[in-house]
Design a protein around this ligand. Structure first.
Ligand SMILES: Nc1ncnc2c1ncn2[C@@H]1O[C@H](COP(=O)(O)OP(=O)(O)OP(=O)(O)O)[C@@H](O)[C@H]1O
Ligand SMILES: [Mg+2]
Length: 512
C-alpha cells in the first residue's frame, strides 16, 4: 500500500502518501496506481505530488482516474471510465505486473506491440491497428526526438503482421528508402509515373504556371478549354462516352498544342495572341524538361490508369505493401501538386473500392501539405488532406501525420487524429498547442513533454486504454530512416575526390 484516499471530486482523487512508502515504492508523477473497490479495481495516474505544509510529514498525491477492471465477468479486462468511485480512506496500491497485463491492451493476433511502458518493468503496450489507423494518428515532436524512427517501427510491425493496408509514405527528404528494403518499393524522380492527364484543371494550371508565374490572365482559362477539347478529341478517337471535366481520362498534350495553333491561325489581327503564345511555350518547355518527365514523359498516351494505381498503391502487394514516394527529387514548384494528386488518388481509390482497398498515407512534414496559414501552400492539397481527415475512415483511408511544427499544421486536420504520439516538444509555442489539443485527457503527463528522451512519447487517444508514456523500440541502424547527418568532425568518405565531387554536384544543381 502506498497511500490512502482523503478527497474525491469527479475523476480527481487526492491521497496521502504512506510514510513508509518512500522506501518500498517511490511515488512518481505519471505512475499508474490502483484502488481496490468492492466490485472493481479503479486505476489512476499520479498527476501531481506535494507537501502542503512543509513542516509536517504529510505528503499528497493527486490522482486522475482512468478506468477499471471488474472482479467478475469479463476476465479482468480493462475498461475506460468508472462504474464505481473510491471512498474516503480507501487504500491506494502500487500496481503489479498482472495488472499491467490486463490493461496494456488485449494482446492478440490482431494487435501490434507499440512500445515499452515507462516504469512498467519492460511491459510492452499493444494496440489494435484498426484503432490506431482507423481514426488517423499524428506523430508530433521536435526535430531529432524520434518521430521517423517510431513511424518506421510501426510500419515494420504492421508489415510483419501481414497488414491488409496499402501503405504510401510521402517522404520529402528521401530518408525512408533504405529503411524498408525488400518490404517497400521506392518511387522517385526516375521511376514515378503520374501522367498529366491525372491532374485536375487546378493542378494542371499550377504546374503550367510553375507555381510562380501565372502568365497572362486568360492563359489558365484557355488551358482548361483546350484540355476539355483535347479530351473530347481523344474520346472521339477511342469511342468513349463524354468524361466529366476533371475526370482522370487521357488526352494528348500534342492535341492541346495543335488546337492552340489552329485557334491562333484563325484569330483576327486585333486579338492578342500573347496568352496563346505563353501557353504553348510553357507546355513545350515542360514536356521537354527532364525534371518533369514523371508528369509529361512517355510519348504514347495510354489509358493505363489501373496499372498506374496498381504501381502506386502496391495492388497486389506481393509481400511489399509499402510504397515510399521519394519526393526529394521532385521539383519544388510542383511538390504540393504531386502530393495533392497522390492524396486525391488515394481517397478516390478507397472511395470507389468502398473500403475494399484500405490505404494508409504516412505524411512526413505534414505542416507543409496542410499549413495552418491559409495563405501558404496549394489550396487543393490542403483540401485533399482535409477530406481524408474528415471522411477517410468511412472508406478505409488512414492518415499518419508527422510534424515537427504542430503549430503550423492546420488545426482542423490535426483535431481529426484520434491518436496522438507526442514526442519531446521543446518550443513553448508548440508545447502550448499540444497542451491545448490534448489537455483534457492527458492527466498531467504532458508536463513531461520537454524532458522526454529520444524515442520516448506520450501516447493518447483511441488506440490506448489511457494516456501512456512509452519508449519506442530501439531500431537497428539499417532499419532506421536515414536523414543525411553530415559530420563536422569525421571525414565521411575519405576516398572521394573533392574536385570530382564538385563537378558532379554542379551538374546535378543545374539539372534541378
Ligand atoms: N527508436 C529509435 N531507435 C533507434 N534510434 C533512435 C530511435 N529514436 C530516435 N533515435 C535516434 O535519434 C535520431 C533522430 O531520430 P528521428 O530521425 O526519428 O527524429 P525525428 O523526430 O524524425 O526528427 P526530424 O523531425 O528532424 O525528422 C535517430 O537518427 C537515431 O539516432
Ligand atoms: Mg523525421
Amino acid at each position: 500500500m502506498i497511500g490512502r484516499v482523503v478527497a474525491v471530486s469527479g475523476s480527481q482523487v487526492v491521497a496521502t502518501i504512506s510514510e513508509d512508502a518512500g522506501s518500498a515504492e517511490r511515488v512518481e508523477k505519471g505512475q499508474l496506481v490502483k484502488i481496490p473497490l468492492p466490485q472493481t479495481h479503479a486505476f489512476a495516474i499520479v498527476s501531481a505530488l506535494s507537501i502542503p505544509m512543509p513542516d509536517t510529514p504529510v505528503r499528497l498525491m493527486e490522482l486522475a482516474l482512468v478506468g477499471e477492471c471488474r472482479h467478475r465477468g469479463d476476465g479482468g479486462r480493462f475498461h475506460r471510465g468508472l462504474s464505481a468511485y473510491p471512498a474516503l480512506g480507501d487504500p491506494v496500491l502500487a500496481i503489479e505486473p498482472r495488472d499491467l497485463a490486463a490493461i496494456r491492451g488485449a494482446e492478440g493476433p490482431e494487435t501490434i506491440p507499440l512500445g515499452a511502458l515507462h516504469r512498467g518493468s519492460g511491459r510492452i503496450v499493444h494496440v489494435d491497428p484498426d484503432r490506431l489507423l482507423g481514426r488517423h494518428f499524428a506523430v508530433l515532436g521536435a526535430t531529432g526526438s524520434g518521430k521517423s524512427c517510431a513511424v518506421a517501427s510501426i510500419l515494420h510491425t504492421l508489415v510483419e503482421r501481414g497488414t491488409q493496408a496499402h501503405i504510401l509514405v510521402l517522404d520529402p527528404h528521401g530518408e525512408y528508402a533504405s529503411a524498408f528494403r525488400d518490404r517497400a518499393v521506392v518511387l522517385g524522380q526516375d521511376n514515378l509515373e503520374l501522367p498529366y492527364w491525372l491532374l485536375t484543371g487546378e493542378e494542371l494550371v499550377e504546374v503550367v504556371g510553375g507555381g510562380r508565374d501565372p502568365g497572362p490572365q486568360r492563359a489558365a482559362e484557355l488551358l482548361l478549354d483546350f484540355v476539355a477539347r483535347a479530351k473530347g478529341a481523344y474520346r472521339d478517337a477511342n469511342g468513349d462516352h463524354r468524361p466529366a471535366v476533371d475526370a482522370p481520362v487521357p488526352y494528348r498534350l500534342s492535341d492541346v498544342i495543335r488546337l492552340i495553333d489552329e485557334v491562333v491561325g484563325r484569330l483576327d489581327r486585333t486579338e492578342s495572341v500573347a496568352a496563346y503564345r505563353w501557353l504553348k511555350n510553357r507546355l513545350e518547355i515542360l514536356s521537354r524538361d527532364p525534371r518533369f518527365a514523371f508528369l509529361f514523359g512517355g510519348i504514347a498516351v495510354r489509358d493505363d490508369m489501373a496499372r498506374i494505381l496498381g504501381t502506386l498503391f502496391r495492388i497486389p502487394a506481393d509481400g511489399r505493401p509499402i510504397t515510399v514516394v521519394d519526393l526529394s527529387g521532385i521539383p519544388n514548384e510542383v511538390l504540393e501538386v504531386v502530393v495533392s494528386v497522390l492524396l486525391r488518388l488515394a481517397f478516390d481509390l478507397a472511395y470507389w473500392s468502398r473500403g475494399r482497398i484500405p490505404v494508409l498515407i504516412l505524411c512526413e512534414e505534414a505542416h507543409r501539405c496542410a499549413p495552418s496559414d491559409k495563405s501558404r501552400g496549394f489550396a487543393p492539397t490542403r483540401l485533399a488532406m482535409a477530406r481524408i481527415a474528415k471522411e477517410g475512415r468511412k472508406y478505409g483511408v488512414a492518415l499518419g501525420l508527422v510534424s515537427q511544427r504542430p503549430s503550423d499544421l492546420e488545426p482542423s486536420v490535426l483535431s481529426q487524429c484520434g491518436t496522438v504520439l507526442a514526442f519531446r516538444v521543446t518550443s513553448p509555442h508548440d508545447q502550448e498547442l499540444v497542451h491545448a489539443l490534448l489537455r483534457d485527457d492527458a492527466n498531467g503527463l504532458l508536463d513531461f513533454l520537454p524532458s522526454l528522451g529520444d524515442g520516448e512519447a506520450i501516447v493518447l487517444g483511441q488506440a490506448v486504454p489511457f494516456p501512456v508514456r512509452l519508449q519506442f523500440p530501439e531500431l537497428s541502424s539499417e532499419l532506421r530512416p536515414r536523414r543525411a547527418s553530415p559530420s563536422f568532425s569525421r571525414p565521411e568518405s575519405a576516398e572521394e575526390d573533392p574536385i570530382e565531387l564538385l563537378e558532379s554536384l554542379v551538374r546535378a544543381w543545374r539539372r534541378r
